[in-house]
Design a protein around this ligand. Structure first.
Ligand code: ARG
Length: 460
């Protein structure tokens, strides 16, 4: 069946049909198409196109179809142009002539916008739930080692000691923003386009607000031409998905390094690693590497849709059909990666000794000593110079911070008072950073409790 054809003498060529057909991917919209069409049948009754009996028959047939659509075989042998055509053909097989009226005042242009929006809304909700689970896993992970100290890095060089939970909460914040961003994308997805027709608005006096309420939309779209050509809402989703993947890939990269022999801080669960076919000793972080790799794939989807949209003349153009493979792929990758990352976090254990040793073997406490001098009245630039010299000489003589006693420090430079010697221990400097957002132990403990409450509110 075709939803068009009267105007043509010859049918489409086999190559064109194969080239232009979208059923093999847009079949994912079947459930959304059916739900939208049920609401549309009800709307058609209100404008007198369907009788009550016809509407009842159509809605019931759609309901039966919804159940079948999720079972195997529903699409077997189908050679329809797209999912919209398939659903109408299946309706016709069930209710005959009533199906010939279902497309009255509707176009695939407003229908496909509706279907994507319905599908995307659910997809966003599911993605946000997975983000919530990931954030919960980060909190759990932080709770296991509340006191652990690691070197914080800049330029991959040991910079300053931080609490392990502080590091984990940094990712919590990124994912909290992603959660928010998906919420913002959802708000723009959540507008009801039906009634726009092909581009000029439907010629039937539907109560569009009522259709929106029927389908749980917060609003109706405002301009029919905009609807026919717009995929901003899909790009908003891809933007949120892209940033989520960026954050996941950075966490993945950290943990690939931290679990490797050169760092040796983390033990990844056996269940998320794989071995080598040749080297018997290997325990490879494939789960994390795949997350990092899939980030690239999602970015490909993101830029693909931007390029597809670029310079399209108003309004609908068939180019827009190319939105769906990218959207579906990105949605699958982000959900899969979030699910995987949560399992990795749940099953990873920190070995607190190596990162602490990494701090103690380095001069990560240098800033703490300079800050202590500055608090005692030494100008910071002077303090910086004194500690810089201390580090230079220590490195030359293979001395670690702990090798310096109060007396030795005072002998090195009289600006060091006896009480400053404690800053050679990383936990002392950490205690000076109780500023809001800092790595002070009380601040971090409070941030952890607050993160828990925020997460509860998000998931509530
Ligand atoms: N498969 C089409 C798409 O995804 C549906 C809309 C078709 N509209 C049209 N005017 N040919 O964009």
């Amino acid at each position: 069946m075709k939803l068009w054809g009267g105007r043509f003498e010859a049918g489409p060529s086999e190559v064109f049909e194969r080239f232009s057909g979208s059923l093999h991917f847009d079949r994912r919209l079947a459930d959304a198409d059916i739900r939208g069409s049920q609401a549309y049948a009800r709307a058609l009754e209100t404008v007198g196109i369907l009788t009550t009996a016809e509407r009842e028959k159509a809605v019931a047939a759609f309901e039966a179809m919804r159940a079948e659509a999720s079972a195997a075989g529903f699409f077997d042998g189908a050679d329809d142009e797209d999912v919209h055509t398939l659903i109408i053909r299946k309706l016709k097989e069930r209710v005959g002539g009533i199906a010939d009226k279902i497309h009255t005042g509707r176009s695939r242009n407003d229908l496909v916008s509706l279907d994507i929006r319905l599908w995307l809304r659910d997809e966003i909700d599911a993605t946000r739930e997975l983000l919530g689970s990931l954030m919960a896993a980060l909190i759990q992970c932080a709770r296991r080692d509340p006191q652990a100290i690691i070197p914080g890095y800049t330029h991959t060089r040991r910079a300053q000691p931080v609490l392990w939970p502080h590091y984990l909460l940094a990712y919590f914040e990124m994912f909290a923003r992603d959660h928010e961003r998906f919420g913002e994308a959802r708000a723009r997805v959540n507008a009801m386009p039906i009634g726009s027709g092909a581009l000029a608005g439907s010629a039937f006096p539907f109560d569009r607000e009522a259709i929106a309420r029927d389908l749980g939309f917060a609003a109706i779209t405002r301009n029919s031409m905009d609807v026919a050509g717009d995929r901003d809402f899909a790009l908003d989703f891809l933007h949120a998905a892209g940033l989520t993947m960026i954050h996941l890939s950075r966490l993945a990269e950290d943990w690939i390094l931290y679990s490797g022999e050169e760092y040796g801080w983390l033990e990844l669960g056996d269940g998320v690693t794989s071995g080598s076919s040749m080297m018997p000793q290997k325990k490879n972080p494939d789960s994390l590497e795949l997350i990092r790799g899939k980030c690239g794939a999602v970015f490909g989807d993101y830029s693909a849709l931007f390029l597809i949209m670029k310079g399209l003349p108003m309004t609908y153009n068939r180019d827009l059909q190319e939105d769906k493979p990218r959207l579906f792929d990105a949605a699958d990758q982000v959900r899969g990666s979030l699910e995987m990352a949560a399992v990795v976090i749940e099953t990873t254990r920190l070995k607190p000794a190596p990162p602490l040793t990494a701090v103690e073997d380095s001069w990560a406490v240098a800033t703490d000593l300079a800050d202590a001098l500055a608090r005692s009245g030494v100008a910071f630039h002077q303090a910086h110079k004194i500690v810089g010299r201390l580090v230079r000489e220590s490195v030359r003589d293979s001395k670690k911070p702990a090798d310096w006693s109060a007396e030795a420090l005072a002998a090195f430079d009289p600006a060091f008072t006896p009480e400053m010697a404690r800053y050679v221990r990383p936990e002392e400097g950490i205690r000076t950073r109780e500023i809001a957002g800092g790595t002070g132990p009380r601040t971090v403990a409070a941030a952890l409790d607050e993160a828990e409450r925020r997460l509860e509110a998000l998931r509530g």
